[in-house]
Design a protein. Structure first.
Length: 672
C-alpha cells in the first residue's frame, strides 16, 4: 500500500487487539528450509559445505565471519567487515564492548544524550547503531553496557545491511559471537586488580562430557571505581552456561543460558554552559562548553542515585546436516533486560545570576525490554551448469516488548519545589536523602512483531569472478500505548511497515590472495525502530527513512596469508531523512511536524591491516576518513544546517595496536 511521505497514516487513539504471530506464518517459515535439490534435481551437483574453523588463540587475522549469512571468506566478501578476535580482546585487556570498538575507526561512541539510556550508544559511518547490536545474529534488546567476558569475537559490518539484519543498520551492524562449549578440556582463571579499588575475577572452563558432548561455564565478578571521577563506581556479576551435544556428528544441539546483574552509580558528567545563554561573568568565556572545574567533580547524590540492571537470555540452536551439501539451522531465543535507575542531570539553577548547580534535577527510569525470536535457515552448496551456488534461505519471527513504569519518590515528593543546590567548584555528593523511590503505575507499553523472509546466493562464475545477491522481506508491526497511567490509557500509535531490502556484490580475484570488489545495499529505519515514537506532531505517520550505500574496495593477504589488508571507498546516502516541515505546511501547530525531505550523505575512505608483520610482531591497524554533509533540510528554521557535518562523524579516525612476542610466555603490547 502506498503512503504519502508527509502524513498518510493517521494517528490512532483507539483500543485494538494486540497482534500475535499466526500458525500459518510459522508453518510458512519452516517450509523455507526444504532442500533445493527438489527444484534442481536433474541439473544440480552437490558440493560439500565448509565449517568455520576455530583460529589459533594468538592469531589476529580471521579468515571468515561467524555469521552464517556470510558464506564466503572475508577476502571474497564484497563488504567492509572488521573482526576483533579473542586474541586482541585479551591482549588489550578489554572488558566492555565500548572498549573493543575503539579498534574500529568510523565508529563514534556517545553517552545518554537526548533521553536515551546510558550504555552502548554509537554511530557507524555517521548514522546511529544503538539498535543494531546483535548477539549470534539475533538483535539484542535495550540500552545497557555489554561485557565481553562471554564473547569469542566482535564483528563489525559497515554499510547499510537491512537485508542481513532487518530494520535499521543504516551505517552498519555489530555482531557479538558468544563462547560455546566445544570438545576440549581447559580452565582459564584470571584476576586483575587496579589502583581504583577495582578487581575483576573471570573463570572460563570447558569440560568434555562423553565423546560428543561438552559443557562450558563462564563466571565474572567485576567491581571498581571509575578512573578520573569522584564517587562513580560500577559492579557486575555474571554467569554463562553452554551445553553442546552431537559435536562432530551430523546432528548438533546446543543450549546457552546467561544471567548478568549490574549495580552502578551512574554519572552524567559535568554541567554545560549552553549556547545562547548569558551566564555570569566568570563563565562568559565558556559558552558552548564545560565550565572550568575539576574533571573529577561529581554532581550527583551517592545516597540517592543508583542503577540496577538485570539481563538474562536463553538460546537453543539445532543444526542438522541433511547431506554433505545441505544443512538446516534452527535457533530460538528468549531474553529480557530490566533496568531501574535514578541519576542526576547536572544543570545550572540560574546561570545568569549564579553558578549554583541543581542536584534535584534527577532522571528516573524503570523499564523492561523482552524478546522472543525464532530463526530457521537452510544453507546449501550446489553446482548447476558449472556455476557454484552458496545459498542461505530462511525466515525470522520475532516479538519484542517494551514496558516503562513511573518511578517516583513515594516518601518525599517536594524536592522539585525546593531544589537542592550544590557549589559548582566543590559539589557535595553526600547530602542526606530521606526519600524512597518505588515503582508506581505503568506509563508506556510497546510491542513490535517482525516476520521476515530472506534469501542469499553467492554465484562462483569462474575461478576469478563471484556475484552475490541478497533479498529480505520484512513486515514490522508496532503498537505503542503511551498514556497508560494518564487520562486516556487506551491512547496508542500503530504502524505496519513492509519493506524489501537488498544487497549486491561483485568480486574479481586477479590472484588467489587478492580481490577487487564492488558492493551495494540499502536499509530502512521506521519511526518506531526502537519501539517508541514521538506522540507529538506526525512522526508516527511517516514512512521509514531509506539509505543506500556503494563501496569499491580491494582486499589482499600478504606474507603467506599472515597479514590481511583492505582499502575501500564508500558513499552512504540517506535519501529521505526526517526533517522539520516548512512553516505553513500543516495547519495544526500543536507539536512538531516532520517531512521526509531531508538528505544526508557520508563519503569516505577506509584502510586497514590485521595480522602478522613478522612471526613475532602482530598488528591491528585502521584509518577512516569521512566527509559527511547535510545535503538538504526541509524546515525553514533548519536551512542553516545544510552543509554542516553530521553529528558524531569525525573526519579522521585512526587506531593501532601491536604485540611483540619475545617468547611463548612473554609478549609486550602497545597501541592507541
Amino acid at each position: 500500500m502506498q503512503r504519502n511521505k508527509h502524513a498518510s497514516r493517521p494517528l490512532s487513539s483507539t483500543r485494538s487487539t494486540r497482534s500475535s504471530f499466526q500458525h500459518s506464518a510459522l508453518a510458512l517459515a519452516v517450509t523455507t528450509v526444504v532442500p533445493v535439490q527438489i527444484a534442481f534435481a536433474e541439473s544440480m551437483k552437490e558440493l560439500p559445505l565448509t565449517q568455520v574453523e576455530s583460529q589459533q588463540e594468538d592469531q589476529y587475522n580471521v579468515e571468515k565471519s561467524s555469521a552464517p549469512k556470510y558464506t564466503q571468506p572475508l577476502l571474497d566478501t564484497a563488504k567492509t567487515i572488521t573482526v576483533i578476535p579473542q586474541s586482541v580482546l585479551q591482549d588489550r585487556g578489554v572488558t566492555r564492548l565500548r572498549d573493543a570498538l575503539r579498534n574500529v575507526p568510523g565508529i563514534s561512541l556517545a553517552a545518554g544524550e537526548g533521553g536515551i539510556p546510558t550504555g552502548d550508544n554509537m554511530t557507524i559511518r555517521g548514522f546511529t547503531a544503538r539498535n543494531d547490536i546483535l548477539i549470534d545474529g539475533v538483535r539484542d534488546i535495550a540500552g545497557y553496557s555489554r561485557d565481553v567476558y562471554n564473547i569469542e569475537s566482535v564483528e563489525v559490518s559497515k554499510g547499510p545491511s537491512s537485508a542481513l539484519c532487518g530494520r535499521g543498520s543504516t551505517g552498519g551492524s555489530i555482531n557479538l559471537h558468544s563462547k560455546t562449549a566445544k570438545l576440549d578440556e581447559f580452565t582459564d582463571l584470571s584476576l586483575r586488580v587496579g589502583s581504583e579499588n577495582d578487581h575483576r575475577v573471570q573463570l572460563d572452563s570447558n569440560l568434555t562430557v562423553r565423546d560428543s558432548s561438552a559443557l562450558r561455564i563462564n563466571l565474572l565478578s567485576d567491581a571498581g571505581e571509575v578512573a578520573g571521577r569522584d564517587e562513580v563506581e560500577n559492579a557486575k556479576d555474571a554467569i554463562a552456561l553452554s551445553f553442546s551435544t552431537g559435536l562432530g556428528s551430523d546432528s548438533r544441539f546446543s543450549i546457552n543460558a546467561e544471567y548478568q546483574n549490574q549495580d552502578n552509580l551512574p554519572d552524567y558528567g559535568l554541567p554545560w554552559v549552553s549556547n545562547g545563554s548569558s551566564p555570569v561573568a566568570e563563565l562568559a568565556d565558556f559558552v558552548g562548553s564545560a565550565p572550568p572545574v575539576d574533571f573529577h567533580n561529581f554532581y550527583g547524590n551517592v545516597q540517592r542515585d543508583f542503577e540496577d540492571i538485570e539481563a538474562q537470555s536463553l538460546t537453543a540452536k539445532y543444526e542438522k546436516d541433511l547431506s554433505a551439501s545441505t544443512r538446516v539451522r534452527v535457533l530460538g531465543r528468549i531474553g529480557s533486560v530490566e533496568r531501574q535507575s535514578v541519576v542526576t542531570a547536572p544543570r545550572f539553577a540560574e546561570l545568569s545570576t549564579s553558578t549554583a548547580v541543581r542536584q534535584s534535577d534527577e532522571k528516573t527510569r524503570d523499564t523492561l525490554d523482552s524478546l522472543s525470536v525464532l530463526q530457521v535457515d537452510m544453507l546449501g552448496r550446489y553446482e548447476t551448469n558449472h556455476i557454484q551456488h552458496d545459498l542461505v534461505i530462511g525466515a525470522e519471527l520475532a516479538k519484542e516488548k517494551f514496558e516503562r513504569w513511573n518511578f517516583t519518590d513515594v516518601v518525599d515528593d517536594n524536592l522539585d519545589s525546593t531544589p537542592v543546590l550544590v557549589d559548582l567548584y566543590r559539589p557535595d555528593s553526600n547530602i542526606t536523602f530521606t526519600g524512597q523511590y518505588a515503582r508506581t503505575s505503568k506509563d508506556q507499553e510497546a510491542t513490535g512483531d517482525t516476520i521476515a523472509f530472506y534469501a542469499f546466493d553467492t554465484l562462483t562464475l569462474t575461478s576469478q569472478w563471484e556475484l552475490s545477491l541478497g533479498l529480505r522481506y520484512d513486515r514490522f508491526d508496532t503498537n505503542y500505548f503511551y498514556d497508560l497511567s494518564g487520562a486516556d490509557p487506551s491512547a496508542q500509535l500503530t504502524a505496519k511497515d513492509q519493506e524489501l531490502s537488498w544487497n549486491l556484490g561483485v568480486v574479481y580475484k586477479p590472484k588467489n590472495n587478492g580481490a577487487i570488489y564492488f558492493g551495494a545495499g540499502n536499509s530502512f529505519s521506521p519511526s518506531a525502530e526502537d519501539l517508541t515514537v514521538s506522540t507529538r506532531g506526525n512522526a508516527a505517520n511517516l514512512e521509514p527513512e531509506k539509505t543506500i550505500s556503494y563501496e569499491l574496495g580491494t582486499k589482499w593477504t600478504l606474507f603467506d596469508n599472515r597479514l590481511f589488508t583492505h582499502a575501500a571507498l564508500f558513499r552512504s546516502e540517506k535519501t529521505n531523512a526526517r526533517t522539520d516541515a516548512p512553516d505553513g505546511l500543516f495547519d495544526d501547530d500543536d507539536g512538531r511536524f516532520d517531512t521526509l525531505d531531508g538528505r544526508q550523505r557520508v563519503d569516505g575512505l577506509e584502510l586497514s591491516a590485521t595480522g602478522q608483520l613478522t612471526e613475532q610482531l602482530s598488528i591491528i591497524a585502521a584509518y577512516t576518513f569521512q566527509d559527511s554533509e547535510v545535503v538538504e533540510a526541509g524546515g525553514d528554521d533548519q536551512t542553516d544546517q545544510v552543509g554542516n557535518a553530521l553529528a558524531r562523524t569525525p573526519e579522521h579516525s585512526f587506531s593501532l595496536w601491536g604485540r611483540y612476542a619475545f617468547s611463548d610466555q612473554l609478549s609486550l603490547g602497545l597501541g592507541t
